[in-house]
Ligand binder design. Structure first.
Ligand SMILES: N[C@@H](CCC(=O)N[C@@H](CS)C(=O)NCC(=O)O)C(=O)O
Length: 205
């Protein structure tokens, strides 16, 4: 039974979705971000960065408990351990790794900043324009990929799709209109309709 420490946010939803896709039992520990529970010492022992999500696998390597933080590392760890989200084809596996890093280094930070500046009480048009433009540019990269192949790794649904879906399911947060990105919109709708995805989101509702 994997212990999951998370909240209903773009990064937080990825872990229950992945566990549902993999059919792995888990215990949910909801972290109240408003109360700063992610900065408490007991949470910092799991993630020194003080952010959700984090997991503890009681049966890590060598049969010992293992904590993992950073959603990309968590999903990659789970996908390597349990069958279902890691492409078998070596090229598609690298594509999955690319689009996992792309999300962690690009989509996540840029969408996050775009949303943060757009909602700040002080209006900062330069920052809003810069981050929203970058969010749109990154979405265009996904659009080009998904015009060519059905899933980000290529022909199989993978860890990379779950990673990016966490953010693209709520694009308006970053000022992105998916009507301008039809392949991304269709991909979001296909993922959102998956029973495991519905269960993973329900676990956090
Ligand atoms: N790169 C990290 C980002 C994690 C992250 O930014 N989590 C946010 C929620 S989406 C958080 O914990 N925010 C609370 C805080 O920063 O104190 C990951 O992918 O796990």
């Amino acid at each position: 039974m994997i212990d999951v420490y998370t909240a209903h946010t773009p990064n937080g939803v990825k872990v229950p979705i992945a566990l549902e896709e993999l059919g792995v039992p888990y215990r949910m520990h909801r972290i109240n971000l408003g109360a700063n529970e992610q900065k408490r010492p007991e949470f910092l022992r799991l993630n020194p960065n003080g952010r959700i999500p984090a997991i503890v696998d009681p049966e890590g390597p060598g049969g010992l408990p293992l904590s993992v933080f950073e959603s990309g590392a968590i999903l990659w760890y789970l996908a390597e351990k349990f069958p279902g989200l890691m492409p078998g084809d070596p090229v598609e596996r690298i594509r999955a790794l690319e689009y996992t890093f792309f999300q962690v280094g690009g989509i996540g930070p840029m969408f996050g900043q775009a949303g943060w500046f757009a909602r700040h009480t002080e209006r900062m048009p330069l920052a809003i324009d810069r981050y929203q433009a970058e969010a749109r540019r990154l979405t265009a990269v996904l659009e080009a990929r998904l015009q060519a192949v059905p899933w980000l790794a290529g022909h199989v649904y993978s860890v990379a799709d779950v990673m990016n879906f966490g953010w693209l399911r709520a694009p308006q947060y970053a000022g992105v209109n998916l009507e301008e990105f039809p392949a991304v919109q269709g991909w979001v709708e296909r993922i959102a309709a998956r029973p495991a995805v519905l269960r993973g989101l329900q676990a956090l509702a």
